[in-house]
Design a protein around this ligand. Structure first.
Ligand code: NAD
Length: 499
């Protein structure tokens, strides 16, 4: 099939798609109580996509009540781990079976290329659910070494009702990192997707029910941050909030927890990750390709994006030529065309934000080496070229603030110590990378980097088996791996007198 036929067929499929737009509470689709909706606009075209139920405090109350009733009933929370495993395995299978529909929803809502939604977003979502399904009946509790006359059991119990508030850059994957461990551990869940990308989560709820997850255990409540997200985080009957989003919103979430019931808070927030390239690294082509994808994949809308390129002075020009050669191949295009590798920015507001950072870089004296402009304006959509800044200094706004778009800020350094200092001199600490041929330097730098994930001679290596999360203002707690269960379970100590 030619690229064009493929692309036409995705457009045709989009036309034929029935979009679900209601909230999903207690096992059924419902309108918001007020009847209010919010508009989703297709970022690829600027045209209306859907009107989606806009939850407010009353809808959140209703979803939390359904989740609480399900939790107390034991329909899920008291099932054996192996029973929950079977249901979650089925859920993962259904996600795989609905690959094309979910990928299409993800691309229509966010503007990301269909090839990525098909190859990355949906499969990673299914794998995540499947992994937690497989894990849950292999975790043992503990018996403490307290002595002969007592028995002390250390057991894990589900937290109860958990609210998950997620962003729009990887709507399904970010939700799955919460859904997998939350449900596997026996909790009930109220998921609030981003108002910029609610469609795939709403569809997911239906698949959860089809898989056999009991009514009320998995609720999806679309709505704006204010009031819906706030109402969930302030709710007196929510035991934990699992949040992924900006650091600014994360700060509010902590306040809401403090103002209400001290619910447990975990935060996956922003980043401004340094990608350090040393002159001794042997394969600069490889490093340059990775540096380009570290910032341009998913239109740069990645929390872990390698948005600061720290490159040793003597190789800077040669290295940037190579990065630029990769950037040149990433021409923004129609997200529904399977050939497209760089799609649209999620909405007009985010596009304007990205463009205003590009202006700020220029104003502060950095040089645009590549890109820098809005493109495809005639499509009505929101597209920005891959952009490479040279001559950035560590105090500039584009060196310190998260842009969340396809904009690379290049800073040069002379010594390894200088690189470490610059790398750590931001409020974030999500990811970091170092490229070097010296084993000693690799170890020394990776130990010195204040980041939750450090890559050596690679960028964005990924597997569900390893924890992901940030130091400093990039967050609290870890998603993925068995460590995620720490966020969604309580430890109970039970003393038994044996005398
Ligand atoms: P955001 O903070 O604007 O929104 C995130 C979610 O919070 C949305 O569902 C939104 O509706 C909700 N929200 C907004 N205001 C709220 C409030 N006052 N109370 C409760 N909920 C509220 O972030 P975004 O623009 O959707 O996402 C981009 C951000 O997410 C970036 O900073 C990015 O780095 C971060 N992110 C982090 C990770 C990670 O794992 N660390 C992963 C993906 C994205």
């Amino acid at each position: 099939m030619s690229a064009e036929t493929n692309s036409i067929s995705w457009h045709d499929r989009a036309q034929a798609l029935t979009l679900r737009t209601q909230a999903f509470i207690g096992g059924r689709y419902v309108d918001s109580i007020s009847g209010a909706t919010f508009a989703r606009v297709n970022p690829a075209t600027g045209q209306p996509l859907a009107q989606v139920a806009a939850a407010d405090t009353r809808d959140i109350d209703s979803a939390v009540a359904a989740a609480r009733a399900a939790f107390e009933s034991g329909s899920w929370s008291k099932q054996s781990p192996s029973a929950r495993k079977k249901v979650l395995q089925k859920f993962a299978e259904l996600i795989d079976a609905n690959l094309e529909e979910l990928a299409l929803l993800e691309t229509l809502d966010t503007g990301k290329p269909i090839r990525d939604s098909l190859a990355v977003d949906v499969p990673a979502t299914a794998r995540c659910i499947q992994w937690y399904a497989e894990a849950i009946d292999k975790i043992y509790d503990e018996v403490a070494p307290t002595g002969h006359d007592t028995l002390a059991l250390i057991t894990r119990e589900p937290l109860g009702v958990i609210g998950a508030i997620v962003p729009w850059n990887f709507p399904l994957i970010m939700a799955a990192w919460k859904i997998g461990p939350i449900l596997a551990a026996g909790n009930s869940l109220v998921l609030k997707p981003s108002e910029k990308s609610p469609l795939s989560a709403i569809r997911l709820a239906e698949l959860a029910i089809e898989a056999g997850i009991p009514d009320g255990v998995f609720n999806v409540v679309p709505g704006l941050g204010l009031p819906a997200g706030k109402a969930l985080a302030l709710h007196m009957d929510v035991d934990g909030i699992a949040f992924t989003g900006s650091t600014a919103t994360g700060r509010s979430i902590m306040q809401y927890a403090g103002q209400s019931n001290l619910k447990r808070v975990s935060l996956e927030c922003g980043g401004k990750s340094p990608n350090i390239v040393l002159a001794d690294y042997g394969d600069l082509d490889r490093a340059a390709t990775a540096a380009a994808f570290a910032i341009f994949f998913n239109q740069g809308e990645m929390c872990s994006a390698g948005s600061r390129l720290l490159v040793q002075a003597e190789i800077k020009d040669a290295f940037l030529d190579k990065v630029q050669n990769v950037a040149r191949t990433l021409v923004p295009g129609d997200p529904l065309d399977p050939q497209t590798r760089l799609g649209a920015i999620v909405d007009e507001g985010q596009m304007k934000r990205v463009l205003s950072y590009i202006d700020s870089g220029k104003r502060e004296g950095a040089a645009v080496r590549f890109g820098g402009k809005r493109v495809r304006e005639e499509s009505g959509g929101f597209y920005v070229e891959p952009t490479v800044f040279d001559g950035v200094t560590p105090r500039m706004q584009i060196a310190r603030e998260e842009i969340f778009g396809p904009v690379l800020s290049t800073i040069t350094f002379k010594t390894v110590d200088e690189a470490i200092k610059i790398a750590n001199d931001v409020v974030y600490g999500l990811a970091a990378a170092v490229w070097t041929s010296s084993l000693t330097t690799a170890h020394r730098v990776s130990r010195a980097l204040r980041a939750g994930v450090v890559y050596v001679n690679c960028y964005d290596a990924d597997d569900i088996t390893v924890p992901f999360g940030g130091f400093k203002q990039s967050g609290i707690g870890r998603d993925k791996s068995l460590h995620a269960f720490d966020k969604y379970t309580e430890l109970k100590t039970t003393w038994i007198d044996l005398t």
